[in-house]
Design a protein around this ligand. Structure first.
Ligand code: NAP
Length: 273
């Protein structure tokens, strides 16, 4: 099971198979151009130490620019990128990963993920090319994204290197308990994407009521609910003023009854509300 730890620099992080992943990251899907570079730079200046991108987001260049203009040291930031399944053949994977690094202008990423399982290629072959990228020094850690319970179990069984996380959609409106338990059983961190349900949690009455008791917004309560369960969250915003709101989730705790009330928002059968 992944442990929750705190880094020396005070950045709360989860530890999984040798990786320390900051619990709060900045999602960057759909952030482009100058907005992307500016939001990444501001996030790092405000104390974010984890940035999530992907070759498919078409913004790695701007993520790298934001990183450099923030003045934060490279080694103090945890950078994740992901390779799209059309690039999973061995030579393609190597080329695609090196192109990500060239766009980011980094020698290696902290975490390299398979963005989705391939519908075409055998999982064992794909996991092997991912492991090779780590052995070749292109990534400090490797993991998967959008893997189901059986896919997580098979991936761990065939992998010759530790798989440190599964990144998948996770927020209070979605029942992901089986997948969370499967990841914990394998010692993998859960990285929750769309953690604020693409902005929809803001309008939820239960979250707003709990938030009022803590002088926090519904969005902050939602993010706290996830990190309090040792899940990494990567909310995205294009608005600099919301970066601070989404980061102010480590100065309060939710009680057991509050956690239970939020858990009850998930619809049976894993449906998103
Ligand atoms: N692995 C995968 O397949 C996968 C899939 C989806 C996402 N992801 C990753 O996960 C990240 C986050 O997921 P997401 O972008 O789908 O959705 P999200 O972070 O749940 O929600 C983003 C939306 O919420 C709004 N928002 C942000 N902060 C807010 C606040 N404090 N109050 C109210 N609204 C707020 C944003 O609007 P404004 O911009 O107007 O603030 C945006 O519309 C992505 O950016 C990406 O890095 C990965």
């Amino acid at each position: 099971m992944a442990d929750m730890t705190t880094k020396n620099d005070g950045v709360p992080a989860v530890q999984a198979k040798g990786a320390r992943i900051p619990l709060l990251g900045l999602g960057t899907w759909d952030l482009r151009g100058r907005v992307c570079a500016r939001v990444v730079e501001q996030a790092l200046r405000l104390g974010y130490r984890h940035i999530d991108t992907a070759e498919m987001y078409d913004n790695e260049r701007e993520v790298g620019e934001g990183l450099r203009s923030s003045g934060v040291k490279r080694d103090d930031v945890f950078v994740t990128t992901k390779i799209w399944p059309t690039h999973f053949a061995p030579r393609e994977f190597d080329r695609a990963t090196r192109e990500c690094l060239a766009r980011l202008r980094l020698a290696e990423v902290d975490l390299l993920l398979l963005h989705w399982p391939s519908p075409r290629l055998p999982l064992a072959e794909t996991i092997e090319v991912l492991c090779k990228a780590k052995r070749d020094g292109l990534a400090r850690h490797i993991g998967v994204s959008n893997f189901s319970v059986p896919q997580v179990e098979e991936a761990v069984r065939v992998s010759s290197e530790p798989l440190v996380c599964n990144q998948f959609e996770c927020h209070p409106f979605l029942d992901q308990s089986a997948l969370i338990a499967a990841c914990q059983k394998q010692g993998m961190a859960v990285v929750a994407y769309s953690p604020i349900a693409r902005g929809r949690v803001r309008d939820n009455d239960v979250l707003a009521r709990i938030g009022a008791a803590h002088r926090k917004s519904a969005t902050q309560v939602c993010l706290r609910f996830l990190v309090q369960q040792h899940m990494v969250v990567i909310p995205r915003t294009s608005k600099v003023e919301r970066l601070s709101e989404n980061a102010a989730i480590f100065d309060f705790s939710l009680s057991e009854p509050e956690m239970a009330a939020i858990s009850a928002l998930a619809q049976p059968g894993g449906q998103s509300r």
